[in-house]
Design a protein around this ligand. Sequence first.
Ligand code: NAD
Length: 360
Amino acid sequence: MQTIAHMTEYGHELLVACSEPAAGLKAFIAIHDTTLGPACGGVRIWPHASEKDAVTDVLRLSRAMTYKSAVAGLPLGGGKGLIWADPRADKSEAMLRAFGRCVDSLGGRYITTEDVGMTPADLEHVAQETPHVVGLPTSMGGSGDTSILTGLGVYLGMKAAAKAAWGSDDLAGRAVAVQGFGNVGRQMADHLLREGARLVVADIHDGARELASKMGAQTVAPADIYDVECDVFSPCALGGALNRDTIPRLKCKVVAGGANNQLLDDADGDELHRRGILYAPDFVINAGGVINVAAEIGGVYRAERAREMTERIYETTERVIAESQAEDIPTHAAANRLAARRLEAVRRLRPTFRDRRGRR
Ligand code: NAD
């Protein structure tokens, strides 16, 4: 990937590389678009195989955040952080604080929060160095665990997709194959099991598989999850799960999960559409987390507001599917268009007095 060419093609504003050798920090912050407000998105800690993979990941994730906040109706732009390290082996207070300093240097243009490899407690270290952090523990006045509302939103988006696929949003008796039983996978599974769905779970960690079994799910090896006969395939691990190798293996009618960037490429969304598999776009249905942290910006966390906005994900998913069906376009294209329309409308606003005084 040519970094600048990629940024130009997809409209990124900024990519920052952060280095603090004493703390073992190697990180990137990508800001995609701040038309709607400051860029907000979690920081992921992940040991990518190469620097190129890490940069590609953070750029793609930051763009998805712009679209996610736009579709969810939030006054936020899209950004993302990526600490290039193994969260189980390398994470330390010093590393997290060094990352916090890097966030602080951007003066609020990027607001960070939790993502894969991070916990609310880790964010406390980041918050020692910068006020531009959301998703802090409730004991610190924050909104707490983002995965609770993410899981709820994914479940509701799945129900909306089920209604379009089968004429009823009832998931009782439906088989759902879940890839990744981490924070989001577990929260979503809770709702599904309560409704009477049957779960088949794959995770690369023994502990996660054991928990899934205890909760009543069947488990399979990670490599086999794509071949499971199911009604819904639910990617809840990392991005790129839907690609030219995996899509032909799917035996489902609906794809609906919490992972970010499930489509390796837009062409993979076209392929799902061609095969008649209804894909509930990831950034539409997994917005509960960013909705939750957005309700914390300004100092007072408004839990009811966050839940209310998350519940709207059902209708937004229905709207995206309806547009896709009316025009025979893939659902990811319909969702992108919805986001682009909002961005375009706000971009066209004339500068105001506050802008001229240097608000941004
Ligand atoms: P997590 O780290 O708690 O869970 C991820 C799980 O996936 C882990 O249990 C991991 O072992 C498993 N996993 C990784 N690779 C796998 C593979 N190849 N096969 C099977 N399992 C695998 O992270 P999370 O917070 O649950 O996030 C999951 C996904 O949802 C990520 O893509 C994240 O970006 C996205 N997301 C999370 C939130 C949130 O609120 N936490 C919000 C929006 C989107």
